[in-house]
Design a protein around this ligand. Structure first.
Ligand SMILES: [Zn+2]
Length: 216
């Protein structure tokens, strides 16, 4: 009789260990699923945005998002601007100074503005969505005559939208050849390249969170 009780206790212990192990396994699977979901969310962001230039990770960014620029401290000389930079500046590669440099749409959305802007030369504004909320994207220092799309056109992510303007010409409003790009966190158009306070800067999003890396 004692033997039977002993066997029953052994069986119960084995069953207990077995169930404990199963539970752990379920937790592991659940964690894996969560991991997959967050990977998916990261991928969605990558699909929402694409880099605006080829070889994006090779490019120097002389003016980062939010940097406070003055004519005295700027890495660009001479400098005519003062304030917190609302976007980022992608520099050209050395061999691109006299070459056509294509600019691509970083997201899908409507072309809202295409004009000459003081400080930019040729510029366009496109509306897109980020996490289902409207944003407006400014692309500055473009050659206006190279932009085939018209206001109201829908531009798809990755489509070429035009060329960078020539170095220190009216096409860039006499700035160096480079791309300024900013993301304003609203459906309203705001083309300011610099703002006077960090509070104002809160209305812009750092584009580098989305477009500073090559996607393969
Ligand atoms: Zn800039």
């Amino acid at each position: 009789m004692k033997k039977i009780y002993f066997l029953l206790i052994i069986i119960l212990i084995i069953l207990g260990v077995f169930f404990l192990f199963q539970n752990n396994k379920e937790e592991e699977i659940f964690e894996d699923l969560n991991q997959d979901e967050s990977n998916l969310l990261n991928n969605i962001d990558l699909i929402t945005f694409k880099p605006p230039l080829d070889e994006i990770s090779e490019r120097e960014i002389k003016k980062t998002f939010g940097i406070y620029i003055t004519p005295q401290n700027s890495s660009i000389q001479p400098e005519r601007f003062t304030g917190y930079h609302t976007g980022i500046d992608f520099e050209i590669l050395p061999e691109e100074l006299d070459k056509d440099v294509l600019v691509y749409a970083i997201c899908s959305g409507e072309l809202k503005l295409k004009q000459f802007g003081s400080g930019y030369g040729g510029m366009i504004v496109q509306t897109c969505e980020l996490d289902e909320k409207p944003i407006t994207v400014v692309y500055g220092h473009l050659r206006l005559s190279s932009i085939i799309n018209n206001i109201g056109d829908n531009i798809n992510i990755g489509d070429s939208i035009g060329l960078l303007g020539n170095d220190k010409s009216s096409e860039t409003d006499y700035e160096r050849k480079h791309l300024h790009i900013s993301i304003y966190n609203d459906s309203k158009i705001n083309t300011r390249g610099y703002v006077g306070s960090q509070t104002e800067l809160l209305n812009w999003i750092d584009p580098c969170l989305y477009i500073c890396y090559d996607i393969n």
